[in-house]
Each structure stands twice: as C-alpha cells, then as structure tokens.
Design a protein around this ligand. Structure first.
Ligand SMILES: C[S@@+](CC[C@H](N)C(=O)[O-])C[C@H]1O[C@@H](n2cnc3c(N)ncnc32)[C@H](O)[C@@H]1O
Length: 233
C-alpha cells in the first residue's frame, strides 16, 4: 500500500495541471489576475508546495481507486490507460492487485496556456513521458509492469485488454471518436471501458451495456463516470 508519494517540483506542476481541482484559492486568484500563460508556465511550478500536491493527489487517487474497486477486480488484468496523467491511479491499482500490466497512451508536451474545456482539435496536453516513467519507477512500479506510448507517434498496442481506463480525458476533453478506429481493432465483448462523459446515451449505439457509477457535481462539465462493455460496432 502506498503511504507517501515521491515527487519533485516538475512532477507536482504536471499533477496540478492535470488535476486542476487541487488548485488552492490563492493560485486561482493568481490565474485570474495574471492570466493562464503566467499560471501554466510559472505559478503552477513555483507557487506550489510539491509535498502538499503529492499528499492531496494521493488522497484523490485513493478515492478514485475505491470507487472503481467497488465495481471491478484488477487482479491479473491487462489494462490500457488513456490520458492517465501522472498515473497515480495506476500506481494504486498496481499496489493493491496481483499481476497487472499497464499500457499507457499519453501526450508528451505541455500546452503554453492550458484551457480546460471541450477541445475539438485535441491540442491541449500536460504531460512529460520521461517524468512519467521516472515517477512510476520511483514510486515502486516495476519497469516490466508498464509500457508508455506517445499519442503523437500513433503506434498503439494491438492486443486484448480487460480494462480501458480514461478518467477526465477521453470524451471529457476531446471526442471519443478520435479513438474509435483503434477501439474497433482492440475491443472485444468483455473489455470494460471506464471514462467520464456528459453524454452517456450517445454510447448506447456502440455498447450493449452501460453502467453509470458516479455523477460529478463539482467539475466544470458535470459529467458521469460510466463503464461500457459489449462493444457492438
Ligand atoms: C485532465 S487530465 C486527466 C489525467 C488523469 N486521467 C487524471 O484523472 O488525473 C487529461 C490528460 O489527458 C491527456 N491527453 C490529452 N489528449 C490526449 C490524447 N489524445 N490521448 C491521450 N491522452 C491525452 C493530457 O495530457 C492529460 O494528461
């Protein structure tokens, strides 16, 4: 079980950009007054306490894990994580389950002025894949238990997955259909896809089973967390 998370200032900055609900009222004001460019490139890195971000992130990832673990068992599973950020959730799944393997698709750059919303062109990103690998290993994940794929290289793993997890990324910030052709290759009847969306009904034509496991009231989009299975396209 992970009690503390090891991180440095650069990683804490990425975590804050990925999990903007960790922003404190002071930084919110800084962003409002000095603008998103200053916030993204300076304040989010130098006006923070990495230790505090680490402990809030761990708490938040534990609660994400507890919600998923009520519905899913991760032992011996092949997991695809899309837009996993710094993978705090994957670290917890790994520490609490036996024999999981994680394939991780993420982007490898930080937008100059991060704007959180629906991004039709899917230009926004806030990750660094070298730091992600460093963070995972530093926090106890075995190098043999994961592989990271850069979204922009467009070479995704083609194998069967038990779970695809994409919290606050797929269909939350960019259209699900961006991944549709890829999903047609890898989804089978039993694969469970977990993501956040404001339009669960849209997926009724693609999946025979859709279960809503949570309603987000405090986020910008008021989304629902859903588990989809039985892909039928
Ligand atoms: C709001 S963050 C959520 C991070 C993480 N899932 C979490 O819950 O903490 C969205 C993440 O999606 C990533 N992202 C954006 N476009 C992506 C794409 N097309 N494929 C994979 N990841 C993407 C961003 O770099 C960012 O790390």
């Amino acid at each position: 079980m992970i009690k503390n998370i090891h991180l440095n200032r650069d990683i804490a900055q990425l975590i804050l950009l990925q999990r903007i609900e960790l922003l404190n009222p002071f930084l919110k004001r800084v962003r409002k007054i000095l603008g998103r460019y200053f916030f993204t490139n300076f304040a989010s890195k130098y006006f923070i306490s990495p230790k505090l971000i680490g402990s809030k992130y761990l708490e938040s990832m534990l609660s994400e894990y507890n919600l998923l673990a009520k519905n899913l068992n991760f032992d011996n599973k092949n997991i695809l994580s899309i837009g996993s950020g710094m993978c705090g959730l994957e670290l917890i799944i790994n520490s609490k389950s036996k024999n999981c393997f994680f394939s991780i698709i993420e982007k490898n750059y930080i937008s100059k002025k991060v704007i959180y919303g629906w991004d039709n062109e899917n230009k926004e990103a806030y990750n660094n894949l070298k730091l992600l690998e460093f963070f995972l290993i530093k926090n106890g994940m075995n190098k043999k238990s994961f592989k990271i794929y850069d979204f922009d290289f467009n070479q995704f793993p083609e194998k069967k997955f038990d779970f695809i997890i994409s919290l606050y990324s797929l269909d939350y910030h960019y259209n699900f259909n961006l991944y549709l052709d890829y999903f047609k290759k890898i989804l089978n009847k039993d694969t469970k896809l977990i993501f956040d969306t404001i339009r669960p009904d849209y997926f009724k034509t693609m999946f025979q089973d859709i279960e809503i496991i949570d309603f987000m009231q405090n986020t910008v989009h008021k989304s629902k967390r859903i588990i989809c299975s039985n892909f039928s396209l």
